[in-house]
Design a protein around this ligand. Structure first.
Ligand SMILES: NC(=O)c1ccc[n+]([C@@H]2O[C@H](COP(=O)([O-])OP(=O)(O)OC[C@H]3O[C@@H](n4cnc5c(N)ncnc54)[C@H](O)[C@@H]3O)[C@@H](O)[C@H]2O)c1
Length: 386
C-alpha cells in the first residue's frame, strides 16, 4: 500500500509559501481561538470529515493525507488546504496541528491514532475503533496517557430517526424495553470486492465490524447502555468468495484481496437486566435490492418500529410508536451524520481538559469487545460471555 513516496504538495505547486502555508505557525493567542486540523484518508469517510470541518467556524484545515494523487490535489484546491501529503506520517509531523481525523483502512486506525496522541494531538477516528478490542485498548490507553480527546465516529446515532426514537425512550413512553432487533442488510453491498474491506488483516472483519458496529452502537445507545453479558453469533461467507455481492456504488481502496471475511452475520445478545438484542448485519444476501435499516423495540408500555429502505441518508424513513394510549409517528428532524460527530469532537476539545477525560474512546472500545465476542462465538459455535 505504501509506495514509499512522500512529500508535501503545495497549494500552487512549488511556489513560495503563502499565508495559508504559514498558518500552522501562527501565534499562541491565535492557537487558542482557532483549531488547526488535519484529515488522513480521502475516501468516502475522509471526505465527510473534510466537509464537516470546512463547515465549522474557527477551524482551519491545514493538512490532508491520501494515496490517490489526483483526488488529493482536487480536494487540496477545493478546500484551500496548505499541506497535502501522501503519507500519514508526514501529516502528523506538521507543526501547530491541534487535531486529526483518521479515516483510513481499519488496520491503520491504531498506529496512526497512537502516534498522533503521543504527539499531543486530539484524534477523531472512524469506526470501528480498530480491528479488535486489544488494538482499541492501545488507543484508549494512549488517549488517557496523553490526556487528549479520542472520539470515534458513530454518525448513525445522529440520524434524525434515531434521535427522535431516543427522545421517546428517554421520556419513558415504552416503559422498560425487553427486546430489540437491529438490522442493516444489503443485497449487493460488499464495499468493493478486492478492496481492503474484504481483507481480514486490514479490516478485522466483514459487515459485523463495518455496518454492524453502527447498529450495535445505536441499539445500545437507545436501550440506555446496558452491559452486554453474552453473545451467540453466526457468520457466513457464501456470496463474496464466489465473486458475488459486490456493490457497484462502493469504491474503496483496491488491494487485490481475496474475500476473507464474512458477508453476513447474526448475533443474539443477552443484556444486563434481562433484555435481549438481536443484530443482523449483511453486505450481501438474496433479498430486496434496497438497503434495509430496521430497528424494532418492545417495552412494557409500548413499542417502536423504525425502517429505512434505500441508502442510509437518502432513504424513505418511517418511525412508528405503539403505546396503550395510542399509536403515532414522532416528528423526525434532520440527520446530522458526520457534521454532528465533528461538532461534538470540536466542542470536546474546546471544553478543555476537564472534559477530555470523558472522551477517551472507551465506548467504542466496548463495541469492539462485543464484536470480538461475536466472532469468537461464531468460531466456537456456542455462546460467549463478556
Ligand atoms: N462512519 C461511516 O459512515 C463510514 C462510512 C465508510 C467508511 N467508514 C470508515 O472509514 C474508514 C475508511 O473507509 P473508506 O470507505 O473511506 O475507505 P477508502 O478505501 O475509500 O479510503 C481509504 C483512504 O485511506 C487512505 N490511506 C490508506 N493508507 C494510507 C496511508 N498509509 N497514509 C495515508 N492515507 C492512507 C487511502 O489513500 C484512501 O484515501 C474505515 O475505517 C471505514 O470503516 C466509515
Amino acid at each position: 500500500m505504501d509506495s514509499g513516496r512522500s512529500g508535501t504538495i503545495g497549494l500552487e505547486g512549488d511556489q513560495p509559501p503563502t499565508d495559508k502555508d504559514l498558518a500552522v505557525h501562527q501565534s499562541p493567542s491565535d492557537q487558542e481561538r482557532r483549531l488547526r486540523v488535519g484529515v488522513v484518508g480521502i475516501g468516502w469517510a475522509g471526505r465527510q470529515h473534510l466537509e464537516a470541518y470546512a463547515n465549522s467556524a474557527d477551524v482551519e484545515i491545514v493538512g490532508l493525507a491520501g494515496m490517490e494523487p489526483d483526488l488529493l490535489a482536487e480536494l487540496r484546491d477545493e478546500y484551500g488546504i496548505p499541506h497535502a501529503v501522501e503519507r500519514w506520517e508526514d501529516l502528523i509531523a506538521l507543526d501547530g496541528l491541534d487535531a486529526i481525523s483518521v479515516a483510513v483502512p481499519t488496520f491503520l486506525h491504531a498506529p496512526i491514532t497512537v502516534a498522533a496522541l503521543e504527539r499531543g494531538l486530539h484524534v477523531l477516528s472512524e469506526k470501528p475503533i480498530a480491528r479488535n478490542g486489544d488494538e482499541g485498548q492501545l488507543m484508549v490507553d494512549a488517549a488517557r496517557k496523553a490526556g487528549r480527546v479520542l472520539d470515534v465516529a458513530f454518525n448513525h446515532r445522529r440520524r434524525g430517526d434515531i434521535t427522535a426514537l431516543k427522545r421517546v425512550l428517554d421520556d419513558g413512553e415504552l416503559g422498560r424495553p425487553y427486546y430489540a432487533k437491529a438490522s442493516w442488510l444489503r443485497r449487493a453491498g460488499i464495499p468493493s470486492l478486492g478492496s481492503w474491506f474484504t481483507n481480514r488483516e486490514m479490516a478485522g472483519g466483514g459487515p459485523l465490524a463495518d455496518i454492524g458496529v453502527h447498529v450495535i452502537d445505536y441499539a445500545l445507545h437507545l436501550l440506555g447502555e446496558p452491559k452486554v453479558l453474552s453473545v451467540s453469533a453466526s457468520t457466513y461467507s457464501e456470496l463474496g468468495p464466489q465473486g458475488r455481492g459486490g456493490g457497484g456504488e462502493y469504491s474503496a481502496q483496491a488491494v487485490g484481496s481475496a474475500f476473507e471475511v464474512e458477508d453476513f452475520a447474526s448475533a443474539f445478545m443477552r443484556l444486563e437486566g434481562g433484555a435481549t438484542l438481536l443484530v443482523e448485519a449483511g453486505w450481501a444476501a438474496y433479498r430486496d435490492t434496497d438497503d434495509l435499516l430496521d430497528f424494532r423495540i418492545y417495552g412494557t408500555d409500548g413499542g417502536a418500529q423504525l425502517t429505512r429502505a434505500g441508502a442510509p441518508y437518502s432513504a424513505v424513513e418511517s418511525l412508528h410508536v405503539y403505546t396503550e394510549k395510542g399509536d403515532y409517528e414522532p416528528e423526525v428532524g434532520p440527520s446530522l451524520g458526520h457534521q454532528g460527530v465533528v461538532d461534538d469532537f470540536l466542542a470536546a476539545i474546546r471544553a478543555g481538559e476537564a472534559e477530555w477525560g470523558r472522551h477517551d474512546g472507551s465506548l467504542a472500545l466496548g463495541r469492539a469487545r462485543i464484536i470480538d465476542a461475536c466472532y469468537a462465538s461464531a468460531a466456537r459455535h456456542r455462546e460467549v460471555e463478556l
